[in-house]
Design a protein around this ligand. Structure first.
Ligand code: VAH
Length: 314
């Protein structure tokens, strides 16, 4: 079976549904620190699980005969700045537990998400290469970079089959993001439909790499499907789709809602965004396991507005 830890989060929710659709409800065990919603309960076995509790993780793996773990539980960038110790504890210890279970052959395969937050101010910001200067300056970025080093270490030293992606900012309408710096790019659609205006916490000109959730899920499943020998990078793969700034999303929304207005009131998240790349070179992912994206900004905007519309007009 497959276990998703952090199944109620931004990525976990859609990943659980996709895996259940693909492998069948009985093959998927969804877990989170909080109860799942109705759709989740219908699509998988569900367990309440604290990702930092090794015994509890091991019990579920044993009970359900789990072979593959997707460890999606994490504290995101903005919120981690408020709770550094807690973020470190959650982001690192959950990873150690899973890597150690794989090392001890209690599971066979691991997926762990990294992020463009592994990069920092000294990283080349345009078309950021796979291998480059990495001096992250956020708690979240430090935890992701450290995690990458451990993934590679466990692969080289113990043969652990761990696979990872450096996700950009992710956009979806099903689940709302929880405390990231790229959250504006989701919030903006909700506000556009609800209020016709949005006060953005990042300033004009802040270009960041972004991706529609369906593309992110497609990539996650593709990297896990690929034969092990194709996975040449065991730290984490660069992954990219589109790059844009708040004014670009605004212009794309105005094509559907002409009166939509944006104003800017940057807060502490601006200084996080300022250290991240504008665009990413993901040629290794394209070469090694056939990655390609489908959604551009216009498709993202149309899909978001079409799907969120009813929530605010009914
Ligand atoms: C965050 N969405 O903003 C996350 C992400 C690209 C950054 O990892 O924290």
């Amino acid at each position: 079976r497959i276990l998703i830890i952090g199944a109620c989060g931004q990525i976990g929710t859609e990943l659980t549904l996709a895996l259940s659709k693909r492998f069948g409800k009985d093959k998927v065990v969804a877990s989170d620190i909080r109860e799942g919603d109705e759709a989740m309960m219908q699509s998988a076995h569900f367990e309440i699980l604290d990702a930092t509790d090794l015994q509890a993780v091991e019990d579920i793996i044993f009970r359900y005969k789990v072979e593959t773990v997707y460890l999606m539980a994490a504290m995101l960038s903005a919120i981690a700045e408020r709770f550094p110790a807690k973020a470190w504890d959650l982001n690192m210890n959950s990873l150690f537990h899973v890597l150690n279970l794989a090392k001890d052959k209690k599971i066979k395969k691991v997926f762990w998400p990294s992020s463009i937050a592994v990069f920092g101010e000294t990283t080349p910001a345009q078309n950021t290469p796979q291998t480059t200067v990495m001096e992250p300056s956020t708690v979240y970025g430090i935890s992701k970079q450290t995690g990458e080093r451990w993934c590679e270490y466990y692969h080289k030293k113990y043969g652990v089959d761990v696979r990872s992606i450096r996700y950009p900012g992710l956009i979806s309408y099903t689940t709302e993001p929880g405390g990231g710096t790229t959250d504006y790019a989701v919030d903006i659609y909700h506000r556009a439909l609800k209020h016709g205006q949005y006060r953005c916490f990042l300033k004009e000109g802040t270009i960041l790499p972004m991706m529609y959730m369906d593309d992110a899920i497609k990539a996650t499943i593709a990297i896990m499907d690929a034969p092990s020998k194709n996975i040449k990078i065991r730290s984490s793969y660069n992954l990219a789709a589109v790059s844009y700034a708040p004014e670009d999303v605004t212009a794309s929304i105005q094509k559907h809602i002409p009166n939509f207005e944006i104003s800017y009131e940057p807060d502490f998240r601006q200084s996080i965004a300022d250290t991240w790349p504008e665009s990413i070179d993901d040629s290794e992912a394209r070469r090694d396991w056939g990655w390609s994206h489908s959604f551009g900004l216009e498709e993202i905007t149309k899909t978001m507005l079409d799907n969120l519309k009813d929530r605010y007009t009914l």
